[in-house]
Design a protein around this ligand. Sequence first.
Ligand code: GLY
Length: 464
Amino acid sequence: MTIFPKEIYWQRRKMLRELVGEGVILFPGNEESSMNYRSNYYHYRQDSTFLYFFGINRPGFFGLCDVDEQKDILYGDDFGIDDIIWMGEQPAVRDLAAKVGVELSASSESLGTFLKQTLQKGRKVHILPPYRGDHVITLSQLTGVSQDQVQEMVSQVLIGAVVKLRSVKDHHEIAEIEKAADVAGIMHTTAMKMAYPGNYERELAGAVEGIALAHGGPVSFPVILSMDGQILHNHYHGKELVEGRMVVCDAGAESAMCYASDITRTFPVGGKFSAQQKDIYNIVLKANTETIKASLPGRTYREVHLMAAKIIAGGLKELGIMKGDLDEAVAAGAHALFFPHGLGHMLGLDVHDMEGLGENHVGYNDAVKRSDQFGLAYLRLGRKLEPGFVVTNEPGCYFIPALIDQWKEEKKLEQFINYGQVEKYRGFGGVRIEDDVLISDQGSRVLGTPIPKTVEEVEDTMRV
Ligand code: GLY
């Protein structure tokens, strides 16, 4: 188990207690999760907020911060010989606690008694929104409140405090994301080199996932890899690669400490972009590179998203696909026929960092509210950028037949869209290009070793 120096966890919990102000904060760690029978588990993944404050990447623990008493306690049980013969020697709970700067540890049985007494005394118990059913059941059993009432313990103050702390990454965390990005670089260049007619999507997807595993982490989310890049999150990998199509590969790795990378590259089957593919690819590339430069502290990510939208609309206008005034087209959301998702999201211990706490709590605030316009509504991060944020930058341009048909039939925004010209791209698929970007006072920086991205770099990488 790899962990940061214990002072880091101690300091994080101290800041958390100060921000929350009163009561008791409870972080349930994740348990094993069964696949098809009890002891056949999915890959174990610790809860990210538990990792952030308590660092222990193992099942069977609860972390508690007693704000009023200014102390932290790790709850968990030592293993007996029956477990050790299957699992090998295991560290004692108190030794694990010491590694993350927690002085007190106690058995999980005593947690229920403590929580029930805490509630009876009228003290507040703060929890984050549970996202696993077993958490709801366990929290209900531990506190004695019904499963429905568990939701009432979800604390807005705690959500706000956790978002504030986890949003800004320190240099240890940035180094972890950078390691994950480096592994993703190997994943993507390998997929490029394999993208030749006769190979199957699944062979590329398997190689990509295998590289993440071989470097110690799993993938940070299920691999998206497909010639049908117009399907934004396509997890079907069954097709044989054919000349003339492109592959969208959206994949990342987890570092040993569970920090994620999330990177996308698009490359032509056979190693050479067609003229039409190059046209669209270079529009997306420009949106990616220009908006990375523009991702500066103080600017809202919504502004940066709209800048990407305008670059894409401008490129499509040059190709005769869009028309009219670009500012008006983007304000009306016409670009969203081709770029229907957001420019990016926070990245950290989660790929969509902290999304389990509520996307609007992470990406929006009183100053920047989420739009309900098609396309812009999918932007996960809209608020002002701050130094230490790590965000994805992932513009795309897609030709989605069902969406084109719907808009065309409705004559939607036809003052900005040449539907006749759009037809020439119907079977095109899509292009997405994504990097992981650190926001800092010195400007923005793409994390990890550069991964081939221009047309020339991609074609050179694919040359056999
Ligand atoms: N790259 C996958 C996602 O952002 O959902």
